[in-house]
Design a protein around this ligand. Structure first.
Ligand code: NAD
Ligand code: TDX
Length: 336
């Protein structure tokens, strides 16, 4: 297989590139990433010399550039991770989300159709389903009711993927996973933000009452799910990915504080996120029963290993936090 991975310098994409390179030495991988604030080639320094791996900087919205790359590298599969991914940023700047997440997906779908791509795999999110009350789970049949500009743009992309299957018969799959955590996650997201702030003895900003629930998935378990869908997914199907690890945000923050021996006094309740979804929880039965997926991590083992990774890779996140990210960070938390 000749696989195009877009957004492969980001958190999940770079974990996936490494996972696939070690599992499939006979496949060819082309990683295309625009290297926005979230893209970091340092994530891939261990694999950059591999003969079956190429990185090229490009924008998925640039049809001419992307078509040329797909042709030159004889691509037969596209896996689209590239996105603007942070909900808080989508609240302050929705335009960038519409551009990359919707227009970028449509450009890739057109290329897939025109260049006879054999499989197009869209990496989506459980956030397209909206929010749950205290009971129930998202299944693949749950209606799409996205609430943030981010999740709306991901839902828009999912609908285009569906349309290219129904209208043109393109062989597509969509995966919708819950919140990922693990090594190489950009420290604007809850878990790496809390770990790194605790290590720097900085306040730990918890939105609202801290009782919003997220369903946590280790990034390596997400990678194994994508691998299965890539090889065994039925055409046109959606697969939810989640490991039944629901936790309130305050539980997560307290777990981190305890593991690091940090002071509980750092926990600071701040103004809530606008339109903050209350609870996400995935029913992964289709993936487990039909494709035989089984997560390797429990939340307890995964969070322990993840905290250890951030302890051992302090320079990685310190470099990010001291750069451009600081401007955004100061703006985001100003007055909170
Ligand atoms: P990320 O923000 O860490 O990485 C996104 C990558 O896409 C970056 O490397 C960035 O440079 C690249 N990119 C952005 N715009 C681009 C463009 N126009 N052209 C090419 N590359 C571009 O995000 P992530 O957390 O790794 O998420 C990856 C995918 O998984 C996204 O589609 C996201 O919606 C989805 N997802 C993430 C989570 C999560 O918990 N992180 C959960 C569910 C779904
Ligand atoms: O400082 C914070 N304080 C806080 O209480 C931050 C950054 C977050 N939170 C809360 C908001 C959420 O309830 O923690 C929860 C998790 O927040 P994020 O890490 O921003 O993730 P979330 O908004 O749930 O979205 C993530 O999961 C689904 C990813 O960023 C998305 O890309 C993915 O689709």
């Amino acid at each position: 297989m000749h696989i195009l991975i877009t957004g492969g310098a980001g958190f999940i994409g770079s974990n996936f590139v490494k996972y696939m390179l070690s599992k499939y030495p006979d496949y060819q991988f082309l990683n295309v990433d625009l290297l926005t604030y979230a893209g970091n080639l340092e994530n891939l320094k261990d694999v950059k010399e591999k003969a079956n791996y190429t990185f090229i900087k490009a924008d998925i919205c640039d049809k001419a550039a992307m078509t040329k790359l797909v042709r030159e590298h004889s691509i037969d599969v596209i896996i689209n991770f590239a996105a603007e991914s942070h909900v808080d940023r989508s609240i302050t700047n929705p335009g960038a989300f519409v551009q990359t997440n919707i227009v970028g997906t449509q450009v890739l779908l057109d290329i897939a159709k025109e260049q006879n791509i054999t499989k197009y795999l869209q990496i989506s999110t459980d956030e397209v389903y909206g929010t749950l009350g205290s009971e129930g789970y998202f299944t693949e049949e749950t209606p799409l009711q996205p609430n943030s500009p981010y999740s709306s743009s991901k839902a828009g992309a999912d609908l285009l993927v569906r349309a290219y299957y129904e209208t043109y018969g393109l062989n597509v799959n969509i995966t919708r996973c819950s919140n990922n955590y693990g090594p190489l996650q950009f420290p604007e997201k809850l878990i790496p933000l809390m770990i790194s702030n605790a290590l720097e003895n900085k306040p730990l900003p918890v939105y609202g009452d801290g009782k919003n629930v997220r369903d946590w998935l280790h990034v390596e378990d997400h990678c194994s799910a994508i691998d299965l869908v890539l090889h065994k997914g039925d055409a046109g199907e959606v697969y939810n990915v989640g490991g039944h690890n629901e936790r309130t945000n305050i539980e997560i923050v307290e777990t981190i504080v305890e593991a690091l021996g940090a002071s509980k006094e750092l926990i600071t309740f701040v103004e809530d996120r606008l339109g903050h979804d209350r609870r996400y929880a995935i029913d992964p039965e289709k993936l487990t029963k039909k494709l035989g997926w089984k997560p390797k991590y429990t939340f307890e083992t995964g969070i322990k290993e993840t905290i250890q990774w951030y302890l051992e890779n302090r320079e990685w996140w310190e470099r990010i936090k001291s750069g451009d990210y600081m401007n955004y960070y100061q703006q985001q938390y100003a007055g909170k």
